[in-house]
Structure formats: C-alpha cells, structure tokens
Design a protein around this ligand. Structure first.
Ligand code: PLP
Length: 395
C-alpha cells in the first residue's frame, strides 16, 4: 500500500511522527498501512486498558449507538447515571462530573478546589503541585504541571501553582500559605518517566492536608482503572482523596474522563461547569463495559501477576546489559538505561516491530494493555534484548 495516498500535510504538526499510518489494531497488536505488525507497549499512552478494539467496548458502543448517542448534558441519561453510581461505589467518593479528556477533568478539579476556597476558606486558591508533574495541556493544567519544557510556553501562565518536590514533605510545608486550598499530585508521575510517590509520602500528605484543612487532589488519569493492580492506586496506600480525576483507561480507548469528589467538596453551582459532550451515553457505555471487565478481583490480581512478570524480565535485561533501576507498579513501569539513549532504543525497537515510549532521555516506559498475554511480555523482552544486544555491539 502506498503511503502517499494519505494527505498527512493536512494535519497540524504537533509532534514528530514516523512515516507510517496505522490502520488496524487488535489486542496487543497494531498494523500499519504496509501490513507490518507491531507489538504495542504504548497502547494509546496507557489508554487501551483492554487492548485495541476490545470486544466488550466494541459491543457496548455499537449497542448504545443504536439507542441514544447524545441527548445534551442539560438532560439526564440512563447510562451516565449508571456509570456515576458505579464509580462512586468503587471509589468511596460521592459525586461525578464526566469530561472528554484528562486535562478537562483536571481543569474541573482546579475549578472545584478554587470554588471550595471561595466558599469556605476566605478565597484561598493556590494549589501546590510538583516538579515533574503532568496534568494536561489546557492553560491551567500546563501551569499546574511541573514539566520544564512547558515553562517558556504560552506566557503568562495561570497563577497559583507553587511547586514542591515529590517525596519531600518539608518542600510541601514550605509552599503552604494562607492562600493555599489544595495539594494535587499523580501517585506515580507517568510523563516524568514513571517516578512513584512513596506510599509513606502519600500517607503523610493525606495527614498533613487534613491537619492544615487543605484538599487532597489525586490525578489518577494514568494510574487509575486497574493500571497498578487496584482499581485506584490510592487503595494500595489506604488513603482517600477529596478530589479524584480519572481518564485514559476509563473509556478503554474512547474519549472519556471524570472528576469525582466527596459530597462536602462537591460545590459547583448551576452554570459553574459544563460542556456539550460531557456525560454522553455513547462514551459512558464504554466506561461501564471497561469497569465490568477491570473491577473484578481476579482481573486485578492478573494485572499484579503480569506486573511482576514484566519487572522480572526488565530486571533480567538490566542485569545482562548493566542498565539501571526498574520503577513503577503493576503494568506501569520504567527501565532506566543509565545513559541518554532511550530515544534511540525506542526508534530501533520501532523498526523491529515493538512500540515503546521514551519519556525521558535515559528511561523507557512500559504501559501495555492490562489484558496482554503472558507470552507477549516474553515477546517484548526478546525484541528489546535483540535491540540492546545490537546497540551494545556497536558501542
Ligand atoms: N494527567 C495525567 C497524569 C496524564 O498522564 C495525562 C495524560 O498523559 C493527563 C493528565 C492529560 O490527559 P489527556 O491527555 O486525556 O488530556
């Protein structure tokens, strides 16, 4: 098949893309325009928790498309109500606002915290966030993010996001002022290269925020929906946030995200928040199908078990080639390479038919489908072994 039939120049160039076009996906595999097959350990950036085109999601959206696609968020619909009930039951939080992407969920979380500050804390509006954090690409969520590359962009940023250091409680305390309303973080900083907050840090943060009457906002857009072996990462730690954001895996590949909060914090008044497509039953049907697959204990323990397999195979490679640490939890992991060669390794893996992400110059990230077969972990490790072996010979 000829690549030139695709008019790629009509798309805005927002990132470097390889000269191929994907046309089909199934489970852990993708096919490009020429018929070449790739083993996918990126999965739409940790989105396709059930793999590409999973039957459960395909069936749910096909069925729902025939019933009702969108009645307007100005009216209730049965599927959004059902999904909200399911999410509140699973999370222990009380109310949900559905959004179309993670950034929009985080933007809503920031607005909700600011509204709460306006109503209950003398107008406190500052939200402490963290160096290395990634919360999205709207102007407020870029301002909340602690990504160096964002710093010079789109100035002036939205004010009110002092930055602390992950796993450093003293740095958080230094940021607290009378204007502070919340602390917001990812339990594992995904885009920063899979940098985990320790369980103790998360517990201490919960205790500190309670003591200082601050809200705790957890961005579980990457870590939620089974990715780490629990439906929500905070279950590993035994804490509960005041505000929680979800996205990525929630829709199993379709645009669906959510903002959840406790009843005490859920203070939007009519007109404060909304959006044309928010809570449409087509996307919510996908969310229900995903939760039905992901939330059973047997599914979650299979994620944990495959996570251990993935760690074992990465540690083996790290030992063989004298690489660095393996970080992460469940099926969100990184391999530190010890040298700034991650982009080159990912490019060579791509040529060999393996999709891997290099979130930082010295680290590879692994975020496969939660349903991947055990043999696919072995296949990934074999390809990576070959790539690393060839690179070592050249070096
Ligand atoms: N928050 C986290 C932790 C993320 O990993 C991402 C996306 O990578 C976002 C927010 C933004 O989500 P979206 O790209 O759906 O807007």
């Amino acid at each position: 098949m000829n690549l030139h039939k695709y008019a790629t120049h009509a798309l805005m160039q927002i990132t470097p893309r390889p000269p191929i076009v994907f046309v089909k996906g199934e489970g852990s595999w993708l096919w490009d325009h020429s018929g070449k097959r790739y083993l996918d350990f990126i999965q739409g950036w940790a989105v396709n928790c059930l793999g590409h085109s999973p039957p459960a999601v395909v069936d749910a959206i096909s069925r729902q498309a025939r019933e009702l696609i969108t009645p307007s968020p100005a009216y209730y619909n049965d599927i959004a109500i059902e999904l909200a009930a399911e999410l509140t039951e699973l999370s222990g939080l009380d109310q949900v606002f559905f959004t179309n992407c993670g950034a929009e969920a985080n933007e809503g979380a920031i607005k909700l915290a600011r509204k709460y500050g306006a109503l209950h804390r003398d107008g406190a509006y500052e939200i402490i966030t963290f160096d290395g954090a990634f919360h999205g690409r709207t102007l407020a969520t870029m301002s909340a993010s602690g990504k160096r590359a964002f710093e010079p962009l789109f100035e002036p940023k939205v004010p009110g996001f002092p930055k602390a250091q992950l796993n450093d409680m003293a740095s958080v305390e230094r940021c607290i002022s009378p204007k502070t309303i919340a602390v917001m973080l990812e339990p594992i900083q995904g885009e920063a290269g899979v940098m985990p907050a320790t369980d103790q840090f998360l517990r201490d943060l919960r205790a500190l925020t309670e003591k200082r009457r601050l809200l705790l906002i957890l961005d579980e857009i990457q870590t939620g929906i089974g990715r780490t072996g629990k439906v929500f990462h905070y279950e590993h730690v035994g804490i509960k946030p005041d505000i929680l954001t979800l996205g990525k895996g929630l829709g199993g590949g379709v645009p669906l995200a959510a903002l959840l909060s406790t009843k005490a914090v859920s203070c939007f008044a009519h007109g404060d928040q909304g959006g044309t497509f928010n809570g449409n039953p087509l996307m919510c049907a996908a969310g229900l199908a995903v939760l039905a697959e992901v939330s059973p204990e047997s599914f979650l323990s299979s994620v944990t078990e495959k996570g251990v397999m993935l760690t074992t195979s990465l540690v083996k490679l790290a030992k063989r080639y004298g690489l660095g640490e393996v970080r992460g939890r469940g099926l969100l992991q990184a391999l530190a390479l010890g040298k700034p060669v991650a982009t080159e390794v990912a490019a060579k893996a791509f040529e060999a038919g393996l999709l891997l992400n290099a979130p930082r110059p010295d680290s590879l990230r692994f975020m496969p489908s939660l349903t991947l077969a055990r043999v696919e972990i072995e296949q990934m490790a074999a390809i990576l072994d070959e790539v690393l072996g060839k690179m070592t010979k050249v070096a």
